[in-house]
Design a protein around this ligand. Sequence first.
Ligand SMILES: [Mn+2]
Length: 236
Amino acid sequence: MLGILLDRKTFARGSQNAPLEIRKILPQMETFINQVDLDEHGFFDLGNIVPKSYSEMIAEAKLKLDHKFPVIIGGDHSVSYVGVKVVKPKVFVSFDAHPDCEKGDLRNDTVTRKIAEEGIKTYLFGTRCFSKSEWEYMKKKGIKVATLEDLKKIKEPVYLSIDFDVLDSSIMPAVGNPEPDGLSFAQVMDGVKALAKNLIAIDFVEFVPTKNVTHTLMAGKLIYHSLAEIVKAKLQ
Ligand SMILES: [Mn+2]
C-alpha cells in the first residue's frame, strides 16, 4: 500500500489527507472478510509520496512498487496516471461517477482521457455525469460505460481505479464531487469480483475525509473488501 498525498483540484480539496485518515482506521477494522484473512497475505505499507512533478512521482513509485501488487491510495484522481505509468497495464478500468475525459493538462478531470491516449484500452463503470464534450470524445474513441457482463469478458491484465464517488452519494458523500443515483456497495463489489482475477494493480481515489468517521470506515471497508476479493481470485 502506497499513499500519494496529492490534491490539485480547484475546489472541494482534502483528498491529500485521505491516506493518513484511512491508515488510522484500518487497524480498527476486521481483517477476516468472506473467509479470507488479510493478515495472512503479506500486505505491507510503503508509506507516502508527497506532491512533486508527475515524472518525479512516477520515478519514486517505480522504486517503491517493484515486484509488488500495488494498492495505491490517493489523492485526487490524477494519481492513477502515476500508477498506470509504473504498472503499464493493457487495460484501464475506472469505477467513477464521472468519465474524467475533459481536454487539458493532467488533472483529476482529464486523467482517464490522458490514460486512454497512452493507447491503453479504457473502460468506465458506474459513470453517470458527463459533459457534452466528454460524451462526444468517448463516442469518438470508443470508451464505453461497461456493464458487469462487459467487465467479465476482459481477459487482459487490468489496472483498476476506484473513485469513491462511484458509490451513491447517500453512502459516500465524503468525495470531491458527490453524485446521486450511484452504485451500492454490493454493486461496486460485483464489479471488483468481475475483474479480480486479471487485476495487476488497484487504486482508491478522491476520498475527502470529514469529521464523520463513518465515511472513513466506508472507505476502509471498500479497500479491505476489494483486497479480499483479489486474494480470493488469485488463490483459486
Ligand atoms: Mn474521478
